[in-house]
Design a protein around this ligand. Sequence first.
Ligand SMILES: [Zn+2]
Length: 381
Amino acid sequence: MTTPIRTVMSPGRYVQGKGAIDRLGEFVSQIGSAPLIVADDVVWGFAGEQVSASFAAAGLRVERVAFGRFATASAVDALVEKIRATHADVIIGVGGGSTIDSAKAAGFLAGIRWVSVPTVASTDAPTSALSVIYTDEGEFVEYRFFPRNPDLVLIDTQIVANAPVEFLIAGVGDALATWLEARATAAAHATTMAGGLPTQTGTALAKLSWDVIWENALPALDAVRDNLVTPALEKLVEANTLLSGLGFESGGLAAAHAIHNGLTAAPQTHGLTHGQKVNIGSLTQLVLEGAPRAEVEDFIEFTTLVGLPTTLTEIGLSVDDEKELRAIATASTLPGETIHNMPFVVTADDVLDALKSIERLSRSVRLARGLPAPVMYVQKH
Ligand SMILES: [Zn+2]
């Protein structure tokens, strides 16, 4: 049996600010001398000039490789080849979660260092020492764990403010789950993604993330609708990225992310963001916990105001989709899933009933609180 420990993992350095990308070269030059940048064409279109200028100022070469859509095993392997061919000693993922997860996984496999430069605050993946690998269709395959986090995470809040607000909304959905899952993991004395028991540090950062989001999310989202960087946005970006990242990794995942992983098995949900699916997982977790009524109702109200789904309808499903819902429930309770970090036993039948229950529950809360009724999600092609 492995000796039980408590542990916290974190990136070597976290940098955030309006225009921070202009200093990327300066910070990367402290880590390596032969960088390889991974960025898709859209990201390179709006960030390439600034990144290139900052690298030139730091005396670094600008070697960039394009990227596809998902962090797949073959995408990672192709990056490893590129690292070897260019003799890179540090890989920099610039973009969204998939780009960054691929860069991390490739850096680890190639034995070099890695840096995350998220251009949106849509997930809490950039700070962590793990990558999530998907199929070409976007179905969850596996978590890959690394012995260390990125040496640097740099996020430019002006770039976040320039991006469509949907990314930030997704980030709120992902980050709100962090506290719900960390408190469940702590109550269960279960193992975190960092490979030990939760520390007070990890659990407290998860709670801080939750508090900062409730205080700042709505004004920050409005600021981004006008491409503005305000103090509320700075706080929300830190909560979504750093606090939630440390909080989920060293505080623990539980039912919400397991249900998210189950949802990726349903073709109807393809095209939805990670955070949208996680929010359904969070609400379902609250139901499974038998959480106090006020907590459940406030969660539904707040996340509806944020713009996140709180019903099956909004993720393209209905209570009559028995086959799909059962497949989701089964996938979310597979052995090794984080749902088994809950402080009580959760079966596929439990998840199935809880998932179905959120439809009527959210509709009635939204009606009572004067919020709009859900609109059916139809997958875009
Ligand atoms: Zn997540």
